[in-house]
Ligand binder design. Structure first.
Ligand code: GAR
Length: 207
């Protein structure tokens, strides 16, 4: 059966990308294959992870492509050329337009480092999410994987995992625990679930 062709969009260190690469190697992801990594930040370490794993990778920057519209036009062409069927946002720190997300209904998933609907939406990304959770004083946080639509962090939830806040946590220690205990597990699992659904859908069409 033909595996679901996956593109991963990144902006930074790429530990979630690494979790996806490792999950494909270990067989946790068996219905999909990562065929492309796109960074919107030049020199992002995630690109090196893609290189080491032998995955095609590229950098697309808004500023080089005439802004959001140009960026999304070139991205869309790159995805179409490679027959991409599922887009995974793994630490991708830029918001995609409604024009773009409407072309990919139920075909874009994102990992967010909090329990949506807490600490999410515009302005809540990366360490800022953990700073907000700590300053609010919540005792439990976690991570969410969800489908992406036109509302930032507003699409249907696929998976969530809770993580306890500990005395003395800083945004950095909390971020690492949320990644280790939640993100690096639920993102690959959700990637497999959605890849399998897409693959089975193709199977139905073929028969
Ligand atoms: C992760 O915690 C991810 O959930 C978060 O940024 C970090 C990226 O780390 N993403 C967002 O906040 C998106 N709104 P990584 O580059 O090591 O995967």
């Amino acid at each position: 059966m033909l595996k679901t062709r996956i593109a991963v969009l990144v902006s930074g260190g790429g530990t979630n990308l690494q979790a996806l690469i490792d999950a494909e190697k270990s067989g946790v992801i068996k219905s999909g294959e990562i065929v492309l990594v796109v960074s919107n930040v030049k020199g992002a370490y995630a690109l090196e992870r893609a290189e080491k794993a032998g995955i095609e990778h590229m950098t697309l920057r808004k500023r080089d492509l005439g802004g959001q519209e140009g960026f999304e036009r070139v991205l869309q062409a790159a995805l179409e050329e490679r027959g991409i069927e599922l887009i995974i946002l793994a630490g991708f720190m830029s918001i995609l337009s409604a024009d773009f997300t409407s072309k990919w209904p139920m075909r874009i998933i994102n990992v967010h480092p909090a329990l949506i609907p807490s600490f999410c939406g515009k302005g809540y990304y990366g360490l800022k999410v953990h700073e907000a959770a700590l300053s609010y004083g919540v005792k439990v946080t976690g991570a969410t994987v969800h489908f992406v639509n036109e509302v930032p962090d507003g699409g249907q939830i696929i998976a969530q995992r809770a993580v306890y806040i500990e005395d003395g946590d800083t945004p950095e220690t909390l971020q690492l625990r949320v990644m280790r205990e939640a993100e690096w597990k639920i993102l690959p699992e959700a990637a497999e679930t959605v890849s399998r659904q897409i693959m089975e859908g193709k199977d139905e069409i073929q028969h």
